[in-house]
Design a protein around this ligand. Structure first.
Ligand code: 3PG
Ligand code: MG
Length: 408
């Protein structure tokens, strides 16, 4: 079959007709709210809209369930999902959006039952019940009774084996449970990077701690041709090789792991790029004195807070020659203006490479906010809505939210 004649296989969700059906969708509407309970970043809500729209357009109705934050003692104003209703109405103009003050119980049941075609019911925060995080079967079963078909579109929470993300799936027959469009595209992008990447494949891994990323790095040793390591974690690698890193961040207990990783990379022929130089500071503050130094020769009393100008050039060069790019974690303390240059350079190089045909996937809260802050958000191929979930996916783990649907 030639490419021209190859038709895209329709996904289970896309080919399902929701007409007359009540779809119970697990979304991840865990969005940041300010003190006035206004949403400060609605990316996750926007990302679920196509799934909701398709169901409504088919002539179905939608019951939305989500968590918000980590409430510990039952219902609290701060974590009520009612704060999202107005914004949801704005994003889904024309649709009727109702809110149930509880996610189970008589009232929620009644509201779900009388929901009409084209209408949406948003349930109150699932985590107001401790049964949610415990993965309680009886609680999951109660939730399952609200809808005819279960759609999991909560990629951001797919690494949690909770009642609504995983346990609930067993209460639906195989043809009545599926991923939503967001979940499908998240999985497709991660799969493309991990298992279908065009080479050279460069993984850019940054952030403060080696311990957060060690499993990702291990897994990438079998996939990537190049791994760029930046951010605070780079100094543990420098020290592991005998470098002087001054007061830079270092996880002493990870020195051995860092050394081992470098050795493994060499055996596997993966090129590890550490920043040749650093922007150093005499304190962790935006008004610090700054200077530059080789990353393996930082004077005492100084710390690396960003990659240096040579490292920027070194990293950008690798990125620009890549056909597949994965980016997780900033190159420096980009929240402070003085130390944002490295992260900005990398963002710009990823955008340029994407423009030239590379596939780029950016995941993880910090690198995504960096893209937004520097105006490159729509210049990469895919931005993941999952922080922890994406990391665990990249570690090669099977996510409970995904397994629950795939295994049946
Ligand atoms: C997230 O924001 O990481 C997801 O919504 C999952 O939330 P959690 O880390 O509180 O389980
Ligand atoms: Mg989290």
């Amino acid at each position: 079959m030639t490419l021209k004649h190859k038709r895209k296989v329709m996904s289970k969700f896309s080919s399902y007709n929701f007409s007359g059906q009540k779809a119970l969708i697990r979304v991840d509407f865990n969005v940041p709210l300010n003190d006035k309970y206004e949403i400060t970043d609605d990316t996750r809500i926007k990302a679920a809209i196509p799934t909701i729209r398709k169901i409504l357009d088919d002539g179905g109705s939608v019951i939305l369930m989500s968590h918000l934050g980590r409430p510990k003692d039952g219902p609290t104003e701060r974590y009520s999902l009612k704060h999202l209703v107005i914004h949801l109405r704005r994003l889904l103009q024309g649709a009727t959006i109702l809110f149930a003050k509880d996610c189970i119980g008589g009232e929620a049941g009644q509201m779900a039952k009388s929901l009409r075609r084209g209408e949406i019911l948003l349930l109150e925060n699932l985590r107001f019940y401790k049964e949610e995080e415990k993965g309680d079967k009886a609680f999951a079963e109660k939730l399952s009774k609200l809808g005819d078909v279960y759609v999991n579109d909560a990629f951001g929470a797919a690494h949690r084996a909770h009642a609504s993300t995983a346990v609930i799936a067993q209460f639906f027959p195989p043809d009545k449970k599926m991923f939503g469009l967001l979940m499908e595209s998240e999985v497709a992008s991660a799969e493309r990077v991990l298992h279908g990447s065009q080479k050279p494949f460069t993984a850019i891994i940054g952030g403060a701690k080696v311990s957060d990323k060690i499993l990702v790095l291990e897994n990438l040793l079998d996939k990537a041709t190049d791994i760029i390591i930046g951010g605070g974690m780079a100094y543990t690698f420098e020290k592991a090789q005998g470098g002087n890193i001054g007061q830079s961040l270092c996880e002493e207990e990870r020195l051995g792991a860092a050394k081992e990783l470098l050795a493994k990379a060499e055996t596997k022929g993966v090129c590890i790029h550490l920043p040749s130089d650093s922007l150093i500071a005499d304190k962790f503050a935006n008004d610090a004195e700054t200077s530059t130094a080789p990353s393996n020769n930082i004077p005492d009393g100084w710390m690396g807070l960003d990659i240096g100008v040579n490292a920027c050039e070194q990293f950008c060069n690798v990125i620009k020659h890549s056909k597949t790019i994965l980016w997780n974690g900033p190159m420096g303390v980009f929240e402070m203006e003085k130390f944002q240059h490295g992260t900005k350079c990398v963002a710009s190089a990823v955008a340029e490479s994407t423009q030239n045909g590379a596939f780029s996937l950016v995941g993880g809260g910090d690198s995504v906010s960096a893209l937004n802050q520097f105006g490159f958000a729509n210049k990469v191929s895919y931005i993941s809505t999952g922080g922890g979930a994406m990391l665990e996916y990249l570690e090669g783990k099977t996510l409970p939210g995904i397994a629950a649907i795939q295994e049946s």
